[in-house]
Design a protein around this ligand. Structure first.
Ligand code: MBD
Ligand code: FE
Length: 282
């Protein structure tokens, strides 16, 4: 049996009352957003004849997500993070702030307070013996191409098993997390190890939601960046390592064509120097 009650005056009055429309205190914006949010959900319950059992299953799932701090993981999976970036891209385009390295999502695994260095840092602690050495070098420039001396470059990524320090208690503190201040030409170099892709933990609440949608929880191998400098807009971005099977099938929708980088394989520093690759490889 299906019943439709959403449009009734009783339900509309009820929504106004829940949202505090008839109360003095609180925030007008909070009231309006909550009213819209609850209205849409009540209508959804009516339209889909959501059962009590289904509703309480959802409540249990939300509790599990919260208790395992997984809202931040499901959020990119449901596209909220990328949607907010799309909106910021549109805001920047409107303001004619274009020509920059594209932004992409931060994700839930940044940790503040990483060790700081100038010009160069080694990111990994040397304990990941399965991993291959990786060199990252770049130059921070403004949208006119002018280098930004001393720009702050924060880099973080996972190990060859897809695990991030801090969230993986077996790793040393701040492993593969560093802040590098660019040199007088805006350049920075990092030595680290090639990360693997990331997968949402099997059976975790986020995985339950993705499975219900017939989706996977895989991310391609990537390296996170925050780039900042006084008086400049903060940039949150990533590098995607080319050739990963999930490069264009990221559960978090964070890949952007311009951020996919083809690594150059080298056997030795001598070879790199002979090929004229940008160092320093020390
Ligand atoms: C990650 O490493 C990540 O970057 C995102 C966005 C989501 C889950 C894990
Ligand atoms: Fe990540």
């Amino acid at each position: 049996m299906t019943v439709k009650i959403y449009e009734t005056q009783a339900v509309q009055d009820f929504l106004n009352s829940i949202s505090g429309f008839d109360q003095e205190g609180g925030s007008e914006r909070a009231k309006k957003i909550m009213h819209r949010f609850l209205s849409d959900l009540f209508k959804l319950i009516d339209d889909f004849d959501v059962t009590q059992e289904e509703y309480w299953t959802a409540v249990n799932l939300l509790n599990a997500l919260g208790s395992q701090t997984q809202f931040g993981l499901l959020s990119p999976g449901l596209g909220f993070d990328h949607y907010l970036d799309m909106r910021q891209d549109a805001i920047d385009a409107e303001a004619k702030r274009t020509g920059n390295t594209p932004r992409t999502i931060e994700g839930p695994l940044y940790v503040a307070g990483a060790p700081e260095a100038e010009g160069f840092a080694r990111l990994d602690d040397g304990s990941d013996l399965d991993a291959e050495t990786m060199w990252l070098t770049g130059q921070v420039r403004d949208i006119d191409g002018t280098p930004i001396p001393g720009a702050k470059v924060e880099i973080w990524h996972c190990n060859s098993k897809g695990n991030y320090s801090f969230f993986d208690p077996t790793q040393s503190e701040y492993n593969m997390r560093r802040t590098i201040y660019a040199d007088s030409e805006g350049r920075y170099t990092a030595r680290s190890i090639i990360p693997s892709g990331y997968g949402v933990p099997e059976g975790a609440p986020t995985d339950v939601v993705l499975k219900a949608l017939g989706r996977h929880g895989e991310r391609p191998a990537h390296i996170h960046y925050f780039i900042s400098a006084p008086d400049y807009q903060h940039l949150t971005t990533q590098i995607n390592l080319a050739g990963d099977p999930y490069t264009f099938d990221d559960f978090a929708f964070a890949t952007r064509e311009e951020l996919v980088i083809e690594g150059k394989h080298i056997e030795s520093v001598a070879e790199a120097e002979k090929r004229g690759l940008e160092g320093p490889f020390t």
